[in-house]
Design a protein around this ligand. Structure first.
Ligand code: AMP
Length: 281
């Protein structure tokens, strides 16, 4: 695996693959790679000739009060994790490489970015769609991989790709969890031991909702009540939102018939965690 920091060097390398008609996959990440990221890289490796993993803590998706500065970074760790999962190139550009002086061009997707995460993090998705667009133009992959962990992000990217006619296939991959159910996340390292214990309430609440769904409970407010009750039993948990929404429009639905997304965001101490359940009949 080769680690590359410059766009020009990356494109030179990719050109030879493009010319030979070999397929290239892109897995965008913010680094501090774990098994969640690795599952995306493995899938990309299975389905393509070459895999580019980008590691870039993207400043435009963080609000000033968020954790941009303290977000965990460890290049050696990422090189090892990416290589063992099957990456051919680790692209680790600097901020100025991707955002030169006077950068002022953004990609904005409407409606689906203005709900859920968008309410608490109003500039977040514009940063995400802008960086993903830049990476797509730089790498020109046939396939791009995202985790269901960030369910709204996946919906936003799919909509952007569809509506702006990007010629890339977007692949969503299932959530990888710790043994006790906590969704793996680079931000989990912020949790103190007691917070780490409390954080299991997120996946446990979704598990209860799933059991109720399987038993025939289809009314959104009743499912939300089950989730909220479990979360409220956890003194360290502070609910931001619990929503049952349509899987494409992200609009709230009253009843679940065929498919639905149940999404939640919860603060455990100072750390904001998200999790979700994709229900497909
Ligand atoms: P991040 O580095 O947090 O920006 O995540 C990079 C990609 O990895 C995104 O598409 C995430 O949805 C995905 N991802 C992060 N955590 C997980 C997980 N636990 N399971 C599956 N995918 C994940």
């Amino acid at each position: 695996m080769q680690t590359i920091t410059k766009i020009a060097e990356l494109q030179e390398k990719l050109n030879s693959w493009h010319k030979k008609g070999e397929s290239i996959a892109l897995v965008p990440t913010m680094g501090y790679l774990h098994e969640g990221h690795q599952s995306l890289i493995r899938k990309a490796y299975e389905q393509n000739d070459h895999v580019v993993v980008s590691v870039f803590v993207n400043p435009t998706q963080f609000a000033p009060e968020e954790d941009l500065e303290k977000y965990p970074r460890d290049l050696r760790h990422d090189q090892l994790k990416a290589e063992t999962a099957g990456a051919n190139i680790l692209f680790t550009p600097s901020v100025t490489e991707l955002y030169p002086m006077n950068f002022n061009s953004y990609v904005k997707v409407g409606d689906v970015t203005e709900v859920l995460e968008g309410l608490t993090r109003p500039i977040h998705f514009q940063g995400v769609t802008t960086i993903v667009t830049k990476l797509l133009h730089i790498v020109q992959p046939q396939m791009i991989y995202f985790g269901q962990k960030d369910a709204q992000q996946l919906v936003v990217i799919k909509k952007m790709v569809r509506e702006l006619n990007f010629s890339v296939k977007v692949i969503g991959c299932p959530i990888i969890r710790e043994e006790d159910g906590l969704a793996k996340s680079s931000r989990n390292i912020y949790l103190s031991p007691s917070e780490r214990q409390a954080a299991v309430s997120l996946s446990q609440s979704l598990k209860l909702a799933k059991a109720a769904l399987i038993n025939g409970q289809r009314t959104s407010h009743k499912l939300i009540k089950i989730i909220v009750q479990r979360l409220e039993a956890e003194p360290l948990a502070e609910i931001d939102y619990v929503k049952v929404v349509d899987t494409q429009t992200l609009k709230a639905i009253d009843r679940i018939d065929q498919t639905a997304l149940i999404l939640l965001a919860v603060k455990i101490g100072k750390t904001r965690l998200i999790d979700n359940l994709l229900y497909q009949k």
